[in-house]
Design a protein around this ligand. Structure first.
Ligand code: BG6
Ligand code: MG
Length: 219
């Protein structure tokens, strides 16, 4: 029986991909390289250091470990300039009524994000106190598609994976949820068809719409 919803943050609750893109491009340009918005899609759900490696690889740029650390730190400073300007107007449509309805139905709510900035973003948009558990990139030793982030979330709520639904906008995030034995709902893209259910976004969506779309064993 489903007892909790675990939400990815970036791309599910807020659209931060645009800020990651601007900050990563600034970094790429600084090392004489660049990358496209299409390539940026491939960075969704990917950790900071893995994203840096991909961007450098696309540009054919080689850097030492120490230089990479510096570039990642610089990018994060630029990224934080943008996220520190965020407010509740950036919460994606339908999220607030969905959280209200889920809470009213007695479902527990958690966030499972790869981002080390997840708690800052939740504070900026005023949602930090809405979640019983927040697992962010600072607590993780393994990135998605490893299920660690969601396993830690379920464990902190005292629940088993098959009692939780994970909402994810990234292919690697859906893979992580499925490999951990969670129910997975893809939010957005065509690349999420392996999830148990896919929704375009949260507009007019209710928790019951989700529960009814899952395999019978979930309810
Ligand atoms: C994920 C984003 O949520 O967090 C990725 O989808 C990002 O694009 C990753 O690289 C790590 O974020 P941060 O804030 O720790 O650099
Ligand atoms: Mg995401």
């Amino acid at each position: 029986m489903i007892k909790a919803f675990i939400f990815d943050l970036d791309g599910v609750i807020v659209d931060t991909a645009k800020y990651h893109f601007i900050a990563w491009r600034r970094m790429a340009n600084a090392v004489g390289s660049d990358f496209t918005e299409e390539e940026n899609e491939k960075l969704k759900g990917v950790s900071r250091m893995e994203s840096l490696d991909l961007i450098l690889e696309w540009g054919g740029v080689e850097k030492t470990v120490a230089e990479k650390q510096e570039l990642a730190t610089q990018k994060n400073e630029w990224y934080r300039e943008y996220i520190l300007k965020m407010d509740d107007s950036e919460i994606l449509e339908g999220i607030l009524p969905f959280l209200d309805a889920a809470e009213a139905q007695g479902l527990k709510l958690a966030v499972g994000s790869s981002s080390k900035n997840a708690t800052t973003i939740l504070e900026q948009i005023g949602l930090k106190d809405r979640f019983e558990v927040i697992i962010d990139g600072n607590k993780l030793t393994r990135s998605k598609p490893d299920p660690q982030v969601f396993e830690m979330g379920a464990e902190a709520m005292g629940l088993k994976p098959n009692e939780c639904v994970v909402f994810e906008d990234a292919e690697k995030g859906v893979d992580a949820a499925l490999s951990g034995g969670f129910y997975a709902v893809g939010v957005g893209g065509d690349n999420l068809k392996h999830a148990h259910h896919v929704v375009p976004d949260f507009t007019n969506l209710t928790p019951n719409d989700i529960l009814q779309a899952l395999p019978a064993a979930a309810i």
